[in-house]
Design a protein around this ligand. Structure first.
Ligand code: NDP
Ligand SMILES: CC(C)=CCC[C@@H](C)[C@H]1CC[C@H]2C3=C(CC[C@]12C)[C@@]1(C)CCC(=O)C[C@@H]1CC3
Length: 291
């Protein structure tokens, strides 16, 4: 909570007229999500925006052989833009008996949205739910038969693809009640997540190479400020004007200019419906376990 308090103070300094409140929430813990949602419901009657940004990529392993193979293939740009085929992770089980990546990147957020539906779905005003997804969200990593990705080595990719599917399902279910859901991709950003893949000094060393790569793929946004472009852009849009089937990408040009671009997602609407059903079943199961 110390860092949250420091962020609150910084916001109050830059925007003295604003009100900023902080609340502790571990999306990886069912009890914590339910407790925090209860607190939000006590404090507020309505929510206009819900940004679902928290996410993890634990124990990432970079496949150096696949990286060099990709470097000399025709897929090199796509490899740098999405990291497809060169990254795996090692997941673990939480005390709730769920896979950590699945619960942190997807299920905890799902449960939070479910709990906050009464505040998000209000007849007189629209609301927006905004997911931080990824260009690493690949259909090939996801399986409805293995939602938590117990049997694979790409739980991160699977959880991000599932968030894309879930956003589509949320729109189908709640647009009529005024709630709209969108997904964004921040591009490759230097954060604790990327410092888990390669040490920060290494990223600093190869920074000139990354500026060069940015000329060929504008997905190398590199700073959190640039990566947040699509989050900010969505905040400015009328939710009714957004396309539920696209992902909004933060991009930075070779000259350092930021912009947001929509890209159609590789989504099957039946699959999104089936995922929603499975999440509801799991929700019933975890709620029963808690009672
Ligand atoms: N960096 C990149 O290149 C990309 C990142 N993303 C996505 O962007 C989002 C932000 O990640 P990024 O800033 O890069 O990574 P960081 O590791 O720097 O930040 C992760 C954020 O998620 C929060 N978080 C992690 N676990 C939990 C939890 N169990 N409960 C509550 N909050 C949690 C962290 O909070 P705290 O600090 O308090 O632990 C932190 O604010 C993630 O969803 C990530 O998947 C997508 C594409 C590319
Ligand atoms: C020369 C150079 C830039 C080397 C770095 C190679 C890789 C470590 C990166 C190339 C593409 C990157 C990437 C990600 C992580 C680091 C790379 C694999 C992400 C998977 C990080 C998390 C995401 O959500 C998407 C990113 C896509 C690109």
């Amino acid at each position: 909570m110390q860092r949250a308090e420091a962020a609150r103070q910084a916001l109050l300094t830059s925007h003295p007229e604003s009100e900023v409140a902080v609340l502790k929430l571990d999306v990886g813990s069912i009890r914590s999500v339910l407790h925090a949602a209860q607190e939000v419901k006590l404090r507020y009657n309505r929510l206009d925006y819900l940004y679902l940004n928290a996410g993890i990529m634990p124990n990432p392993q970079l496949d150096i052989k696949a990286f060099f193979k990709g470097l000399f293939s025709s897929n090199v740009i796509s490899m740098f833009a999405t990291g497809e085929g060169i990254l795996t992770q090692k997941d673990k089980t939480t005390s709730d008996g769920l896979q950590e990546v699945f619960v942190t990147n997807l299920f905890g957020h799902y449960l939070l949205v479910r709990e906050l539906e009464p505040l998000l779905c209000q007849p007189e005003k629209t609301s927006q739910v905004i997911w931080t997804s990824s260009s690493n969200a690949h259909r090939s990593a996801f399986s409805l038969e293995d939602l938590q990705h117990l049997r694979g080595t790409e739980p991160y990719s699977s959880s991000k693809y599932a968030s894309d599917l879930l956003s589509v399902a949320l729109n189908r279910k709640h647009n009529q009640q005024g709630m709209y859901s969108s997904v964004i991709c921040p591009g490759l950003v230097m954060t604790n997540l990327t410092y888990g893949i390669l040490p920060s000094f290494f990223w600093t060393l190869i920074m000139p190479i990354m500026w060069l790569i940015r000329v060929f793929t504008n997905t190398f946004t590199l700073t959190p400020y640039n990566g947040a472009e699509a989050l900010f852009w969505l905040f400015m849009q009328k939710p009714e004007s957004l396309d539920a089937l696209v992902k909004y990408h933060s991009l930075t040009s070779g000259l350092g200019n930021n912009y947001t671009q929509p890209h159609k997602m590789d989504i099957d609407e039946d699959m999104s419906e089936a995922l929603y059903k499975k999440l509801q079943d799991l929700e019933d199961e975890v709620r029963q376990r808690l009672n």
